[in-house]
Design a binder for this molecule. Sequence first.
Ligand code: B12
Ligand code: SF4
Ligand code: SF4
Length: 257
Amino acid sequence: MCPFLGSHWWTIFGGKMPLGTIASITVSLREVGFTQRGAFYPSADDDVPDIKNNEPTLTLVLAGNVGPAMWERFTSERDPTIDLLDEWSEDVIGKVAKLHGGKAFFPFHEPYLPFQRWAQRAQACYASPLGMFIHSDYGLWHGYRGALAFPEKLQLPAVQNSPNPCISCEMKPCLGACPVGAFRTYESDAACIKANYNVSACVKHLGLPIGNDCMQLGCRARRACPEGISARYQPEQANFHMRAFLRASRIKEGSNI
Ligand code: B12
Ligand code: SF4
Ligand code: SF4
């Protein structure tokens, strides 16, 4: 129910929209800086949690960041030198889910939920050789910040079919761009190439002065990809994500830095 109108309608752009439709959820997400990243009806092997006991999730809508919108909104509401993006995402995406009668799940909560698998069900996006997922418009410059679960089957548009950019990318510059060869070894089959990401080589490099390029501008392997250049993160956002990644990786490795 809409807290402002006291009804199942919600005022937007001077008009009214019914709550709990894919269109109104998309608009609510956009209003708080996020992009609706597709939706699907989960089946048992999607490992989508129930909303609560005896209330299965019948529709899952993904929310993510694309381009600068999320960063602009986050930095206008919070101080990125102190506040955590995860906490802010939980706050605003959680409120959108509640407003529309659903519940939110998050990619950063442990045990990790299979967001990348869900991403493939929800929208045409594909595993790149780097492990990050690629989208034909945004390249590697997008992420997932939450999933909104609903107890009913919302009416959904058909998934748009767009091609996997990695298939026609013959030179695969992403694989050779890392200064410490973190993607040097890989496995391949007819369908795809999957690099064995050497996380410790990467983290070690990022901690040295020579790693400043990746720290300030973002992963050089990611930047080597020619797709989605207009969606690339600006240096301030790239540096924020790199610092968060370095911090998280060090905690996982048991370092006290
Ligand atoms: C743990 C984790 C890491 C770990 C380990 C990553 C790794 N490569 O193994 C560390 C800390 C090292 C890491 C690093 C980064 N991560 Co990370 N990470 C995660 C996290 C939290 C959990 C992953 C997981 O274990 N899922 C559990 C399994 C069961 O889920 P799944 O969807 O079924 O996973 C399957 C697919 O990922 C698939 N898969 C993965 N790679 C490939 C490649 C091919 C070819 C195929 C076929 C399948 C495939 O196999 C998995 C098992 O089935 C996810 C968020 C999430 N919840 O998914 C982010 C996530 C994957 N990370 C993300 C990012 C952006 C990064 C970084 C770039 C961080 C940064 N600086 O911004 C780096 C670089 C990553 C890299 N090159 O791989 C994004 C990726 C966005 C995207 N476009 O796809 C995610 C989705 C988080 C988000 N908020 O969007 N990450
Ligand atoms: S450089 Fe080519 S292979 Fe690598 S992620 Fe980009 S499109 Fe895919
Ligand atoms: S952040 Fe830099 S060191 Fe780490 S994988 Fe990317 S290019 Fe390599």
